[in-house]
Design a protein around this ligand. Structure first.
Ligand code: SF4
Length: 390
């Protein structure tokens, strides 16, 4: 049975566990770096042997087929599931001909952290977010920093009972200004994200997701009114890489990015550069040209440093020089807000005004050390800077 938190019988223990997770995040806030690869690193979790049956929340996007089969319509995998089986993401299960979201209300990681860790640099800099994840992912990246939750199913790590109301209450109690769905893949715990986000908006909290972008258009469209910011991992600019290294499809992710643009959402892109796999100057130039043509020149783009992990331990960390070469390619392509990630103290952690060149936001690690924006404009030359600043 999953651990309860803040409930009557097991409330005390649950509260302690929950507080422990929050505390672990406070370490990140206090300055201990927690470097990440394509995504962020989740708070540590502990294994639990067993979990209750949890057919609580029916999935929002699926169709019923004959003989009690169902087809999930949430992501491009479009899993067709016979009774009793789960999808590729592990967390959506066909029970008696209905599809259920099995990680609904069962986070495995909850922590208070700076938004810069996402990274989301144009989203109210320096604010604290309550970062939340459940198990599961619809991709299987061999370099996943959070494989110990993303590549697990319900009951394979410690989880907590936390209905949406409790998460929102906890965010308010901790002084968070937003709730961020991250670490694993938020689209696979869609209903939980949806319900928390709706409630969060009612209580005046902002929301964001850190996603691989591998989601179908209709679910994304329905969620966007309740999200303030979206970070998408564009893991490479080749179908071959996506199929071999992630189990996904580049085209679907590009469609997500175009949809975010169409819907006028605030979004930022992270490209994790992995030596020999996706670091060719030609591929990076192609990606930057596509971004400029399809999304515009003012989408924040973060080139992030790879560190060996999970099934990809034979390659070295990305040389800083490679990231700087990528920055130059993006600058030359005309992209205006290009950053280097996972290299603390690098001058390209800062936001510069593309018109007057002055430093607008200085960052050190996950901290904001100065902010020269006034009403969303450069205080030196008055240029409007895209983002959510208030
Ligand atoms: S969300 Fe999960 S069950 Fe649904 S299609 Fe994607 S991988 Fe399959």
């Amino acid at each position: 049975m999953a651990e309860k938190f803040l409930s009557s019988a097991a409330g005390k223990r649950g509260l302690m566990l929950f507080a422990g997770l929050i505390l672990s995040a406070a370490i990140a806030l206090s300055g201990k770096p927690a470097f990440s690869g394509s995504g962020e690193t989740a708070a540590e979790t502990r294994a639990t042997p067993k979990v209750e049956a949890r057919a609580e929340k029916e999935a929002m996007f699926y169709s019923k087929l004959k003989d009690n089969f169902v087809r999930c319509l949430l992501c491009p995998n479009k899993c067709t599931l016979p009774e009793g089986s789960s999808g590729i993401c592990r967390v959506r299960k066909n029970i008696k001909g209905k599809l259920y979201a099995m990680s609904y209300g069962k986070p495995c990681s909850v922590s208070l952290e700076p938004i810069e860790k996402a990274p989301l640099y144009h989203f109210k800099p320096g604010h604290k977010r309550l970062a939340l994840a459940t198990v599961g992912c619809n991709l299987s990246c061999i370099f996943c920093q959070n494989w110990y939750i993303s590549q697990k199913g319900p009951g394979e790590v410690t989880e907590y009972d936390a209905p949406p109301e409790q998460i929102v209450e906890e965010a308010l109690r901790q002084g968070a200004e937003s709730i961020c769905f991250t670490f694993s893949e938020p689209s696979v715990f869609y209903e939980y994200v949806y319900d928390i986000s709706r409630l969060a908006k009612e209580k005046g909290l902002m929301t964001s997701i850190v996603s691989n972008g591998f989601i179908n258009p209709e679910p994304l469209r329905q969620l966007l009114p309740y999200l303030d910011a979206v970070k998408i991992d564009l893991k490479a600019f080749s179908e071959k890489f996506y199929r071999k290294v992630t189990g996904g499809e580049l085209e679907a992710v590009l469609n997500t990015l175009k949809l975010l643009k169409e819907e006028n959402a605030h979004f930022e892109i992270v490209n994790l550069i992995i030596p020999t796999l996706n670091d060719s100057p030609e591929e990076i130039a192609e990606m930057c040209a596509w971004i400029k043509e399809n999304l515009g020149d003012d989408v924040p783009l973060h080139f992030s440093r790879f560190s060996p992990t999970y099934k990809l331990t034979t390659l070295p960390p990305t040389p800083v020089r490679t990231l700087e070469d990528a920055i130059k390619i993006a600058d030359d392509a005309g992209l205006k807000y290009v950053y280097i990630g996972n290299v603390p103290g690098h001058k390209r952690n800062s936001t510069n005004c593309p018109r007057c060149g002055k430093t607008l936001i200085s960052r050190r690690g996950f901290s904001v050390t100065s902010n020269n924006l006034k009403d969303g404009k450069c205080k030196f030359c008055g240029l409007s800077i895209p983002g959510i600043w208030e």
